[in-house]
Design a protein around this ligand. Structure first.
Ligand SMILES: [Zn+2]
Length: 508
């Protein structure tokens, strides 16, 4: 006797349909699962057997072999629990086989027969629907999330008993245990921070607006307490909403990470991730022992990754950022296979001017040696800083600098208008923002007069060749913000200021 059903295996955001087949033979009772990684095999076996017994259904006294195929696909054990139980029940005639075979089953089983919520329901259900399997049975706690996928016919079940009854078994005892209905909750989206809270800091606020308008990465250097963190946390609030496709991808990442609230629907606002420098590389970049989970850089996809005290991050972590900054994704290699996660984020880094934090002006309060100051910034390697278009100083807050600035609600429409102008210009070229545009393309459309200031700076050694390209991109963002067709000499001059901090030991 054979029972069949289906489930989904996720590798990164990519889901693959897997066939789950249970075969019962009249032989000595045994229970074998083929196609699961060894580490999760015995646990899956124990959970499924206990859940079936707790449900009041007889465990078949046969030789049971369950096969999950294709065997080559990486699988995480718990997600396929429900599918394995359904296949066994179908093979033993305890549920109607036809209906069970048509649906895709996702969910972990508790020993008491409850169906426990899992991570990654959104991308898994999306993969099922994409491969033509629209009928999806998911844990009750995940059903809101499953229904976010257009075209999904999602059913939420709280227990294996409920599922068996759904498939025509009228002998299961009604479940007396309370189903799990809570899904993981993310930080509320209502805590959007307002730029009006930042007092003074006109230059830094302007740099933030330029960063938002052009999608430019940003480095802020200033003493402790100058408000760098406050500023960075207010960048998402002036960025436009995520586009529909971007929202699905960003939400899928948070679904796997277990950091979103399905009750609130798809993520529409750009996320903000601020990992601490002491966090593990796996927490920042992604990883895990078996199947790799997304890290902060992927949870920041479509939004902002903020590295406070950036020079304090381990150099291996800073090095790893180069791949996502170039490709917009990260590939994590694990024994179970490679997982690919999107990681297109706007990078904001903050740094003190020196290890003691007090170097400024004449430097009289600073206790660091010039060597220590240089070393501190050298940790932010050239290749990384090369991708950061905006590098500005944030001055200490002084008395009298306490006038309230514009609110995010005033700044955001200017950012949106500038982004729209750039999108119009790059229609058909594949670049969304100035930060992604080709410098050669921009140079051909910039007047000779505007370019000459850049080339003079290059000749003087004040800008590197790459620095010229980055200042040019910023100049176009300034033109977009000013409602101009192309940057003039003023925009170019201002772009160079936003690019070249006067700090020692930092190459512009
Ligand atoms: Zn110092």
């Amino acid at each position: 006797m054979i029972g069949r059903t289906r489930s989904i295996a996720l590798a990164g955001l990519d889901g693959h349909l897997i066939d789950v087949e249970a075969h019962l033979a009249a032989s000595l009772p045994a229970f074998t699962i083929v196609g699961l990684p060894d580490a999760s095999l015995s646990e899956a076996r124990d959970r499924v057997r206990a859940a079936v017994s707790s449900t009041g259904l007889p465990w078949p006294a046969r030789r049971i072999t369950v096969n999950l195929s294709p065997a080559s696909l990486p699988k995480s054990g718990s997600v396929t629990d429900v599918a394995i139980a359904v296949a066994v029940l179908a093979a033993s005639g305890l549920v109607v086989a036809g209906e069970a075979a048509r649906a895709v089953h996702l969910g972990e089983l508790g020993l008491d027969g409850r169906v426990r919520p899992i991570r990654g329901v959104l991308p898994a259900v999306a993969a099922a629907v994409a491969s033509g399997a629209t009928r999806v049975v998911v844990p009750l706690a995940n059903v809101d999330e499953a229904r976010l996928v257009p075209g999904a016919d999602a059913v939420g079940v709280g227990s294996l008993a409920e599922l068996a009854a759904l498939y025509g078994n009228d002998k299961v005892r009604p479940s007396t245990i309370r189903p799990i209905t809570d899904s993981p909750r993310h930080k509320s989206e209502s805590d959007i921070l307002d730029l009006a809270d930042v007092r003074g800091q006109e230059e830094a606020r302007w740099a933030l607006e330029v960063a938002a308008a052009g999608g430019h990465h940003l480095l802020m250097v200033g003493p402790p307490g100058s408000g760098k963190t406050m500023l960075a946390a207010r960048l998402p609030g002036i960025l436009p909403d995520l586009g529909p496709d971007e929202a699905v991808v960003a939400t899928s990442v948070h679904s796997i990470a277990g950091t979103f609230d399905p009750g609130a629907g798809l993520l529409r606002r750009p996320p903000f991730e601020a990992p601490h420098h002491s966090a593990s590389a796996a927490a920042i970049v992604g990883g895990g022992s078996h199947l790799a989970r997304p890290g902060a850089i992927s949870r920041a996809h479509g939004g902002v990754l903020f590295l406070d005290e950036a020079p304090e991050f381990p150099s291996v972590v800073l090095q790893t950022l180069r791949q996502p900054l170039e490709k917009g994704e990260v590939v994590l290699h694990r024994s179970a296979g490679a997982a690919r996660y999107p990681a297109r984020f706007q990078l904001v880094m903050a740094a003190n001017p020196c290890p003691c934090g007090h170097y400024s002006g004449t430097g009289e309060r600073c206790s660091c040696t010039p060597m220590a100051r240089r070393r501190y910034f050298a940790r932010l390697s050239g290749p990384l800083l090369d991708r950061v278009d905006l590098q500005v100083d944030v001055r200490p807050v002084r008395r009298g600098m306490d006038e309230a600035g514009e609110s995010s609600a005033v700044v955001a429409p200017r950012v949106a208008a500038a982004r729209e102008a750039a999108r119009e210009r790059y229609r058909g070229l594949g670049w969304g923002t100035n930060s992604a545009a080709s410098a050669t393309w921009l140079r051909d459309r910039t007047s000779r007069g505007s370019l000459s200031a850049l080339f003079r700076a290059l000749d003087r050694g004040a800008l590197s060749a790459r620095g010229v390209d980055r200042a040019l991109r910023v100049a176009w963002t300034l033109a977009d913000l000013g409602g101009r067709e192309a940057p003039g000499p003023d925009e170019v001059a201002q772009a160079m200021v936003l690019r070249t901090r006067g700090m020692p030991g930092v190459a512009a």
